[in-house]
Design a protein around this ligand. Sequence first.
Ligand code: AMP
Length: 352
Amino acid sequence: MTALPPGSTIGILGGGQLGRMLAVAAAQLGYRCHIYAPEQDSVAAEVAAKFTCAPWHDQDALIEFSRDCAVITYEFENVPVAPLARLPQAMLAPGTRALEVAQDRVREKRFIEEVGGRPAPYLPVDHDSELAGAIARVGAPGILKTRRDGYDGKGQWSIKQDHEAQGIRIPQSGCVYEERVRFECEFSVVLVRGRGGEIRFWDSTRNTHEDGILAHTELPAPAIVGSQVEEARALAGKVASALGYVGVLTLEFFATANGPVFNEMAPRVHNSGHWTIEGAVTSQFENHIRAICGLPLGSTERMAERVVMDNLIGEVALDLVGHLSDDRAHVHLYGKSEARAGRKMGHITRVG
Ligand code: AMP
């Protein structure tokens, strides 16, 4: 693909903060963004040139949207794939196969096993009657997760003992039951793959979650991450190549005494890569735009020994003056109108 000339329009499916930060990076390179999202209230649309507010299943609206765009990408992995089938597939970056794999936890784990990775022991649970057997075979403690539409720890039940299965109703789209992994820490591999197949990795952060939501990432990560990152990168690289992936891809891992255990993947820029805006030569957002537009990739090198990123979740986010009292803090607020508990409202990065 020849590089998209500046002034071209990039379509982004999804209207949240990831789309907002992608649109800012795109604007810096002289591109315009057109956001497509089903909710009127879009923090990405606020910083984009155009906005189509229509349901995911509105084929006519999607086709109209695609006519305005030179390339189309996603900031949200649960965009329904079926309606995208009528769009020119060459416009979609990454392709829909990455979405299909990442949208279903069972399919994702099987795919990871096929390319040589290791998820936690798991079993699909498609009916109420299968749950007790799955818990007995995989063992407790474990976690029951919906196969689809789970994020930030939503759609999950912690199972501490066998008998806890009673009373849980399995949703129609099914669940997966997996062993609770004993890990020393969590980390992610964030990579970018260009149109020609070149892959670059950012440094892996240590990720700390609170109530299933990412709260904090830090570099340098502990030594155990350093000793497992090569294996994790090899797997992530295989995933990207097998999918013919274009753009930023994230794989999350548990660092365990027996090596890296795959948790999940996101076919998009990721919260654990927000530190790259100020902490790396080229951010995940800019490199995603470069990749999908057929431009040369930027260096992923880290700019300082120490970089930390804290998410601003819920009401605390709104104290802008307070956050800026640290005159080295890079504060990002996403412009969301309502600060609900558990809602990601912004983040702060500190470099050096
Ligand atoms: P997920 O939405 O699957 O990424 O889960 C959110 C968070 O819950 C993870 O980042 C972990 O902190 C925790 N978690 C999820 N699955 C497991 C597991 N199998 N074992 C231990 N912790 C888990």
